[in-house]
Write a protein that binds this ligand. Structure first.
Ligand code: TGC
Ligand code: FAD
Length: 394
């Protein structure tokens, strides 16, 4: 019982599979098989021990799960955004921390190099990132600038033959193990640029953040820059300004919108099965109306989120999606996933708090997911601005 005998199949109440191509279904099934073999048998131990299982990086790479939207020329899969979403859904069905590793690598490290990098940068980094030979991280958030990244103080000076980077980033997924960091910093005019900082550069350290109750299978840390000499060829030449990291966030937030539906489906399926097996008052608890209400509402919310994701994926493929569309999906889907995790936990009664079942782990993970990549309230304000034309951030 529980996640060690992983017989997961996703609910598809509105026959959304009919909207997917054979290639989409193949990608989903192969990723699901991978997750059943490489993640679900071990994830409980990794989380209990707060361990980032580094060998998973190469395995993700071998499976083509990093940056699937990147051109094949650079080691990517050349796949569409629905494929990317399905991959994120399946990985997060396993664990949000595992999906974090994959979405940071794909959307926040490969994406900016792919979109804003020079040809030399693309050839140097993308194939190794895609194959998992190299792990990357994305440094935007600072100790005093989270929701307001535009206020960042990390900066670099032009020293003629190199840049001198100073400052610090906080809450950075993958940082303790990353080979490279895509770092956002201001130049002397206060303009934000992306720089590729490599492990081993003098003055660059990545202290790990401990004592997390969430995303325990993902390594989180700081990035500290103490007079780091960054070669000039490591500046991303294609785009500057806050819009550059925000474009990366659009891609990652899109992946989260799909990913959390995976976590929600895992909780729902566990609760559905448990409700049919657990007997109280001489009957399966699934025969009680209050349990049925919970299950019916979970399936309804999952189905709505699946449809939102599919339509958003179509819009992404057609170049019609903007950041407001993505904010709505990220915000809604994380919220429903968190509610479903809580309700599913209740259906399991006391058993629901143990590692025999995945809900508590998903629930704790989702507390990070509802905060990172823009908090729940920041996405509400982004939508409020879109609706009214008035920004209410400050
Ligand atoms: P605002 O004045 O609205 O915009 C400044 C400039 O940025 C442009 N822009 C965007 N461009 C492309 N896509 C978007 N989504 C964009 N949003 C804004 C905008 O057009 C403007 O450009 P320009 O050329 O006119 O200067 O900026 P603001 O300072 O008022 O703040 C906007 C706000 C609050 C919405 C934004 O800063 C925000 O979203 N804050 C949340 C921060 C955030 O999401 N941080 C995420 C850090 S990374 C992370 O969490 C990774 S976790 C990964 C994992 O483990 O999975
Ligand atoms: P704050 O910005 O201090 O917000 C605190 C509270 O105030 C929130 O509830 C927020 O909604 C609210 N608030 C803030 N401003 C307003 C406003 N104008 N109006 C109303 N309410 C407001 N960042 C990276 O750059 N790279 C990473 O890889 C990364 N990984 C992360 C991994 C984890 C596990 C976590 C927890 C975070 C990660 N982050 C990363 C950082 C994440 O993006 C930030 O935590 C997030 O953007 C919020 O910033 P903050 O924590 O500083 O909260």
């Amino acid at each position: 019982m529980g996640q060690f005998n992983d017989t997961f199949e996703s609910p598809d109440f509105y026959q959304i599979d009919d909207l997917l191509s054979d290639e989409h279904k193949l990608i989903r099934e192969s990723t699901r098989d991978f997750v059943k073999k490489e993640i679900t048998p071990y994830i409980e131990d990794w989380c209990q021990q707060a361990t980032f299982h580094y060998p998973i990086v190469k395995k993700f790479g071998d499976m083509g799960l990093f940056g699937p939207f990147v051109d094949e020329k650079y080691g990517g899969g050349g796949l569409d955004y629905i494929s990317y979403g399905l991959i994120m859904q399946e990985i997060e069905r396993g664990d949000s921390g595992m999906r974090s590793t994959a979405s940071v690598q794909g959307s926040l490290v490969m994406y900016p190099i792919y979109k804003f990098g020079s040809e030399e940068q693309k050839m140097k980094y993308l194939p190794k990132l895609a194959s998992g030979e190299m792990l990357g991280c994305f440094g935007l958030t600072e100790p005093d600038h989270g929701s307001n990244p535009g206020g960042m103080v990390t900066n670099f000076k032009d020293m003629g033959d190199h840049y001198l980077l100073n400052g610090a980033k906080m809450w950075i997924s993958n940082s303790p193990k990353a080979d490279i960091a895509v770092v956002w910093a201001k130049n002397e005019e206060g303009r934000i640029h992306g720089l590729i900082v490599e492990r081993g550069m003098e003055g660059f350290t990545t202290p790990e953040t401990h004592n997390k109750w969430s995303l325990r299978a993902s390594a989180t840390g700081e990035l500290v820059f103490d007079n780091v000499k960054v070669p000039k060829e490591n500046l991303l030449p294609g785009k500057s300004g806050l819009g550059a990291p925000m474009m990366c966030l659009d891609s990652a937030r899109y992946g989260i919108a799909w990913g959390v539906v995976g976590a929600a489906m895992d909780c729902y399926e566990s609760a559905r099965k448990y409700s049919l097996e657990r007997i109280q008052f001489g009957k399966p608890i699934g025969s009680f109306q209050l349990i049925q209400k919970k299950l019916a509402e979970m399936l309804t919310e999952i189905t709505k989120a699946q449809l939102v994701n599919w339509k958003l994926g179509k819009m992404m493929n057609e170049g019609k999606a903007n950041s407001n569309h993505i904010s709505m999906a990220k915000r809604n889907n994380v919220e429903i996933a968190l509610k479903i995790a809580r309700e599913a936990r209740q259906i399991h009664g006391g058993m629901g708090i143990t590692g025999e079942y995945p809900m508590m782990r998903h629930m704790m993970n989702l507390e990070s997911v509802i905060t990172y990549e823009g908090t729940h309230d920041i996405h509400l304000l982004i939508l409020g601005k879109e609706i009214t034309g008035i920004q209410a951030f400050f």
